[in-house]
Each structure stands twice: as structure tokens, then as C-alpha cells.
Design a binder for this molecule. Sequence first.
Ligand SMILES: [Zn+2]
Length: 248
Amino acid sequence: MKISILGCGGGGSHIAYQLAQLGVGEIHLVDDDIVEEGNINRQSIFNMNDIGKHKVQCVSQFISKRQPSCGITTSSKRLCTVNTVQNEIDGSDWVICCIDEPPYIAQRLVNRASHLLEIPSVYCFSQRSAGKVLFCDPSSEDTGCIDCLLVDQDCEHFQKLVGRFTNNEYNLITANILPNILMLTSWVVKHWLDYISGRNRSVTNKLLRFNFDRFVEEEFQIFKKEEDCPTCGSKENRSKLWEIIKIE
Ligand SMILES: [Zn+2]
């Protein structure tokens, strides 16, 4: 199996390591970021000698020392368009999106590219008090995608959210501690394993939330496949929302 992991911060790096330990044969890592001193407290794959190096390179070296049979390829491309994402994920069996780039732009790009190439995808979100996960599987007819989840969102709420991020008021929203990141990534990988092995496939059409303080999983938002979804639907949707979180 080949898995593309987009984003190699705390989420992506620990997920990549766990997948390699589970025996995944090929992993493609994509991230344009370099390791900074401030990452090391919560991104435990990296050490002080990695500062200034590309994250994808460091994760690749870390895994190769432990699982030399896992074939790892890397890319430090910035994922700004659907086409760039398509080029990176083409040929993958799964895509795991761990890009913490609010609000939903990166996820929309990955969602669109995965839909066009019919590759199942997983989206991880990390916040201070909770983590979230969402599974999309284009091979299953009734399964909604990231844009289906967004169809029902309130435009004004989104406009405010985008405004706050632009003004940097939400700067620390993704700041987290290692115990929470390890819980989040283990929770995501275990859900993925249960899905591919058929033990539990009830994770689609849901935004699941793991509460780090109460150690419980909640169904944060239930949604369905929308006919007017701009990615997987057949009808047009002219909401202003798609201008606010525009992708190309
Ligand atoms: Zn959709």
C-alpha cells in the first residue's frame, strides 16, 4: 500500500512513523516547512541536529533507521492548487491530510484532488483542547466529502473566522502539547486501521472529535452527501462561501 501524507508537523510526522511500524510499504511525505527549535517540544520525531533541515527529510531518515523496508519518497512542494496536490498524490491508495492551514483551504484542495483521482482520504485537525478527524471514501456512493460538510456552514461565521486568522488573533489555536498530539495521532491511525481492515467502517459522514481533557470521542458533526456539493455533487451551488474559501 502507498500512502501520501500531506503536512509533516506534529500530526503528519507521528502518523507517518506509526504507519511505517504497521508495515505500510510506501509513504510519500509532502511539506515545505523546515524544522525550528520551537517545534521540538511537541514534534518528537525531530531533534536539535534537525534544526534548519526540511521536515520531510528528517521524518524520512527517522523512519528509514527503524523500518528500512518502508519505501519513502519526499517532496517539499507547497500545495497551493488542486493540480499540485494531484501531482503529489497520484498513484496513492490513501491520502492523509495533516496540514494545519486554516480555515479549510488546504483541506478543500486535498479533497478536490482526491475526489478527481478517486483516492480515499483522511483529514486531521488539531486544537488545544481537542482533535478532529474526517474520512472521505469516493468508492462508497453515499459518502460525503469535505465540501459536503461545508455546504451547510454559515457564510458570516466563515467570514469572521477568516478575518480573525488574517488578523492573527487565532495564532495559537494549533499550539499543543506532545501528550495530546500522540493521543490524536494514535486515535486517527487506529480508526484508519479499523476502516481498512473492515472492523469499523462507521466513520464516514461524520466529523469526529476527540476531547483531550475528558478522553472521549464525540460525533461533533454528522453530515451527508450533498447534491449541490461543488466537488462531489451534480447540482450547482452558488453560495458566497466558495468565494471566501476559494480554491483553484
Ligand atoms: Zn461533496
